[in-house]
Design a protein around this ligand. Structure first.
Ligand code: PLP
Length: 454
């Protein structure tokens, strides 16, 4: 490329997120220039279906004029204000009311942050503050799961259960524990049904709680469906059994709805799809279709009341971000939620999602596909060359990366987490566009098979 081309300047000046910097010098960037519905276009004019909705997030697609207008209106009226020390602004009040009203279980208050990671950090601090306020300072341990993804800040990366996020950072921090992951295909014993597997995982959880001392455990975090851990759909009975254990020891449940929230699993929230009754819900991404950064927590009275109780004598909850609940982002989020409701995008996710799951299921018999899994408009196929041993082809992620690269050449942007290749298209997608994705997937798998089975 030319010395002053965007590719050359990218390599020279920009360090990418989650990217091997050395390898980037060989691979180079894919530079996206514009968006149109479920499509994006790169600087050479090549068009792609964005089958990951960006980072699991652009629900209404890449060209929603109403969100642009909502941002412009708010930007002209009041471009910035905050919510520290009793102050506030209308977009925040409207969004707080909207969220609490939408909540699938009784919630008391909404609190605003800027990213999923910050929202999970905030949830941890609320939980710790609450334990202190209740006079139970020993109740500080938080349980997360292997393969979980809750973010990358020091605290949220500790919750994350992926080695890559811990190695080299001396994480997790103290008081964060990880219980077993619900990945049936990878981790069930031979012949173990989903229900049996779920019972065993609930037993694992109870054993961990008893070994640590139930009076030391404050909360458990979980994504209704694990996203970045490889789209791990909970096995039958999982959340029911896990929640029974949490209730037994009076442990709070935090549902990380950062991916599942606002329609992805065919209901407004993943908590509805899996009958979860969280005390805290964490939301981001699809809350604004990621047109602007914003995240939120909802907390119930059980969490809010001890924090608000002045008689606890531990003072004010000293926490908040300069840009938390930014008025322009809040106005965009509010308009985005209106669009999701007015256009019945949750029903669309359920109906078109059923078609996507059918197309995904058809791939299970392909030579390179070990398992397919998903719900509504989120899914993945796990790629292997040896279905019996489930061993990776060469190193973990080599086959996932190969197929992902071929798919990109064929005009589909997907994402491989190791050898799990994920699909999470915008909620506005239709059946025909799903077919466009999966026709390309079939073709790409055949191309890859020719290369690796030769
Ligand atoms: N929680 C979940 C379930 C996520 O998928 C993510 C990001 O992918 C996060 C939290 C972190 O969000 P952010 O990248 O906005 O910090």
């Amino acid at each position: 490329s030319q010395p002053n081309s965007p590719e050359a300047r990218d390599k020279k000046f920009h360090m990418h997120a989650y990217t091997n910097a050395r390898r980037h010098q060989e691979v180079g960037p894919l530079i996206i220039e514009k968006g149109d519905g479920i499509y994006v276009e790169d600087i050479s004019g090549k068009r792609y279906i964005e089958a990951m909705a960006g980072l699991w997030s652009v629900g209404v697609g890449f060209s929603e004029k109403r969100l642009v207008d909502a941002a412009t209106r708010q930007m002209s009226k009041l471009p910035y204000y905050h919510s520290f020390t009793h102050k506030g602004h209308s977009p925040l009040i409207d969004l707080a009311e909207k969220l609490v009203t939408m909540a699938p279980v009784p919630m008391s208050k909404a609190f605003f942050t800027n990213s999923g990671s910050e929202a999970n950090d905030t949830a941890m601090k609320m939980i710790w503050f609450r334990s202190n306020a209740l006079g139970q300072p020993e109740r500080k341990k938080i349980i997360s799961r292997k393969r979980a993804y809750h973010g990358v800040t020091i605290a949220s990366a500790s919750l994350t259960g992926l080695p890559n996020n811990h190695l080299s950072f001396d994480l997790p921090i103290a008081n964060v524990l990880h219980t077993s992951s619900p990945h049936h295909w990878r981790e069930a014993q031979p012949g173990e049904t989903e229900q049996q597997f779920s019972t065993r995982l609930a037993d694992d959880l109870e054993k961990l709680i008893l070994a640590e001392g139930p009076e030391t455990i404050a909360a458990m975090f979980g994504e209704p469906v694990m996203g970045a851990g490889g789209v791990v759909v909970p096995p039958a009975g999982y959340w029911e059994k896990i929640q029974a254990v949490l209730r037994k020891y009076d442990i709070l449940l935090v549902a990380d709805e950062v991916i599942c929230g606002f329609g992805r699993t065919g209901n407004m929230f993943g908590s509805e799809t899996y009958a979860m009754t969280p005390d805290i819900m964490v939301m981001s991404k699809q809350i604004s279709s990621s047109y602007l950064p914003i995240s939120a927590l909802m907390i119930n009275d059980k969490v809010f009341e001890p924090i608000a109780d002045e008689s606890n004598r531990i003072g004010t909850f000293g926490h908040g971000f300069t840009a938390g609940g930014h008025p322009v982002a809040a106005a965009v989020a509010l308009e985005n939620l209106k669009i999701i409701e007015e256009r019945n995008l949750v029903a669309n996710a359920r109906e078109v999602g059923a078609h996507m799951q059918k197309r995904l299921a058809k791939l299970a018999s392909h030579d390179l596909v070990g398992e397919v899994r998903g719900v509504a408009l989120i899914g993945a196929m796990e790629l292997v060359t040896d279905k019996a041993t489930k061993a990776p082809w060469g190193s973990v992620g080599a086959l996932g990366g190969l197929v992902n690269g071929i798919l990109q050449q064929n005009g589909i942007i997907s994402r491989n987490m190791g050898d799990a290749l994920a699909f999470c298209p915008p909620l506005i997608i239709n059946d025909k566009q799903v077919d466009e994705i999966f026709d390309a997937v079939e073709k790409s798998l055949d191309e890859a098979a020719k290369q690796v089975m030769a």
